[in-house]
Design a protein. Structure first.
Length: 391
C-alpha cells in the first residue's frame, strides 16, 4: 500500500479536510475533477440553455460511453447510462417476458430492492424464485448452482458484492456455469465497480448494473447497464420513448439496436459528464492498484476491530473487499453509528430489512458498515476503532 500516492488522493478530495469518510459503499467523496465537471456544465446550461449546452458538449457526452466501455472491457454499444443502479438492474430484469413456472435463481445475499422485484414478478407471472444455498464460507454454493442449472432456469441474479458485508461472490465461476448452461446472468455490481476489476468478459455475465456514486466516486443520480451484444435485441425494455425507439409509422415503431434502448431521452448531462470524469479518474489510478489499496485497508480495519472486546466482525467469504461490517455486544448498531457521527466519522447502518435472507438467517438485526477507499488512512481507521473501543 505504501506505493499508492495517498497524499495526492487526499489533496484532490476536498472532503478529506472536514470529515473521516468511511461510508464509501454509500457514496464516496467526489474528487475535484468530478465536482468541477458537474458545476461547469450546470454553469454552461445557465448561460446558454440546456439543449444548447448538450449540443455543444456532445462529443464529451459521447466519450462517457467509451470510458465506461474501457472500465468494463466491452463495446460502447453494450453500454446504457441511466439514473442509478436500481434503474439499470430493473431495466434489464423487467425486459424478460417471464412465464408461469420460469425459474429465477438467486443467492442468499440478494439485496432488498432486487428481491422485491423478484417477488413482484413471481406474483404477477407465476415465475418461481429459488435461492441457491451458501457454502461453508457464506458465499453462493457453486456446486449447488450447477445442480439447479441442470434442472433448467430462465435467469440467474447474483449480487457481486453484497451491500451488507465484505463478501466477494465467486462471480466468474457463476458466469462460467451460466454460460455453459445457456442461462443469462444478471450481475449486480453496484458495490464492486470502482473497487474491484469488473471485466465482463472474465466475469462472463450477460448483464451488469452499477452506480456512479459509490466506489467510482461519481455524482449521485448516475448509473449504467451493460448488456451483452448477442442478448440486446432479445430483450424489450419495460417502457420505451423516442430515444429508445423510433416512431416509424402511424402504427409502428422500431427499437434501437444498441444498449441505449434501455435509456430514456431526458437525462442530467452535468452528472453524466461527471460520471465520465469519475470513470476516467479511476482508470488513471488503475483499478488493480485501487483494489490492492482498498483491500489492504479493509484487512487492517478488520484486525483492529477484532482486537476489541465485545466486537464481532460479520464479514463472510473467501475473498473480501473494502466493506467491513461489525456489531458490538450489548450496544445497538444504531447507537454505534450515532456515536461515530458525533465524532465526525461517517459510517452507515445496514438493517435486516436490507437483506433478510442473509442477516435474518444469521439472526442479526443490524450491522455497522464501515467502507474504506484509497484516500482513507491508517490514522482514520484508528480513530474509528478508538471511538468504538471507548464505548
Amino acid at each position: 500500500m505504501s506505493a499508492f500516492d495517498v497524499a495526492r488522493a487526499r489533496r484532490e478530495t476536498p472532503g478529506c479536510e472536514s470529515v473521516v469518510h468511511l461510508n464509501n459503499a454509500g457514496a464516496s467523496l467526489m474528487p475535484d475533477v468530478v465536482l468541477r465537471t458537474v458545476i461547469e456544465h450546470l454553469e454552461l446550461e445557465a448561460r446558454i440553455g440546456g439543449y444548447e449546452a448538450a449540443a455543444r458538449e456532445n462529443d464529451r457526452v459521447e466519450a462517457v460511453y467509451d470510458s465506461v466501455a474501457r472500465l468494463l472491457c466491452c463495446s460502447r454499444d453494450e453500454v446504457a447510462i441511466v439514473e442509478n443502479a436500481t434503474r439499470a438492474w430493473d431495466m434489464a430484469f423487467y425486459s424478460f417476458d417471464f412465464q408461469r413456472g420460469d425459474r429465477v435463481l438467486t443467492c442468499g445475499a440478494e439485496y432488498a430492492s432486487n428481491y422485491i422485484a423478484l417477488l413482484q414478478v413471481a406474483k404477477r407471472t407465476g415465475a418461481v424464485v429459488e435461492v441457491i444455498p451458501d457454502d461453508e464460507h457464506g458465499q453462493i454454493s457453486v456446486a449447488a448452482l450447477e445442480v439447479e442449472l441442470a434442472r433448467g432456469a430462465r435467469l440467474v441474479s447474483l449480487v457481486h458484492v453484497p451491500s451488507q458485508g465484505g463478501l466477494v461472490q465467486p462471480a466468474a465461476e457463476v458466469g462460467r456455469l451460466c454460460r455453459a448452461a445457456g442461462v443469462p446472468l444478471l450481475l449486480d455490481a453496484c458495490q464492486s465497480v470502482g473497487q474491484l476489476p469488473t471485466d465482463v468478459g472474465e466475469l462472463q455475465c450477460d448483464m451488469l448494473s452499477a452506480t456512479g456514486r459509490k466506489f467510482l466516486r461519481g455524482p449521485r443520480g448516475t448509473g449504467f447497464l451493460y448488456v451483452r451484444q448477442g442478448l440486446i435485441e432479445q430483450l424489450e425494455p419495460p417502457f420505451l420513448d423516442l430515444h429508445a425507439a423510433e416512431w416509424t409509422g402511424r402504427e409502428t415503431y422500431a427499437i434501437r439496436g444498441d444498449a441505449r434502448r434501455f435509456e430514456n431521452w431526458e437525462t442530467s448531462y452535468a452528472t453524466k459528464l461527471g460520471l465520465g470524469a469519475a470513470v476516467d479518474y479511476a482508470l488513471d489510478w488503475g483499478i488493480d492498484a485501487i483494489a490492492e489499496r482498498v483491500q489492504g485497508l479493509a484487512v487492517s480495519l478488520r484486525k483492529r476491530l477484532e482486537a476489541l472486546p465485545g466486537v464481532d466482525v460479520r464479514d463472510r467469504g473467501v475473498e473480501k473487499c473494502g466493506i467491513v461490517t461489525f456489531t458490538f455486544e450489548g450496544v445497538s448498531a444504531q447507537a454505534i453509528v450515532a456515536l461515530l457521527s458525533a465524532e465526525g466519522i461517517n459510517v452507515s447502518l445496514t438493517p435486516v430489512s436490507y437483506s433478510r435472507l442473509d442477516l435474518g438467517g444469521r439472526g442479526i438485526e443490524a450491522v455497522v458498515r464501515a467502507s474504506v477507499h484509497y484516500y482513507n488512512t491508517e490514522e482514520e481507521l484508528q480513530q474509528l476503532v478508538d471511538v468504538v473501543g471507548l464505548r
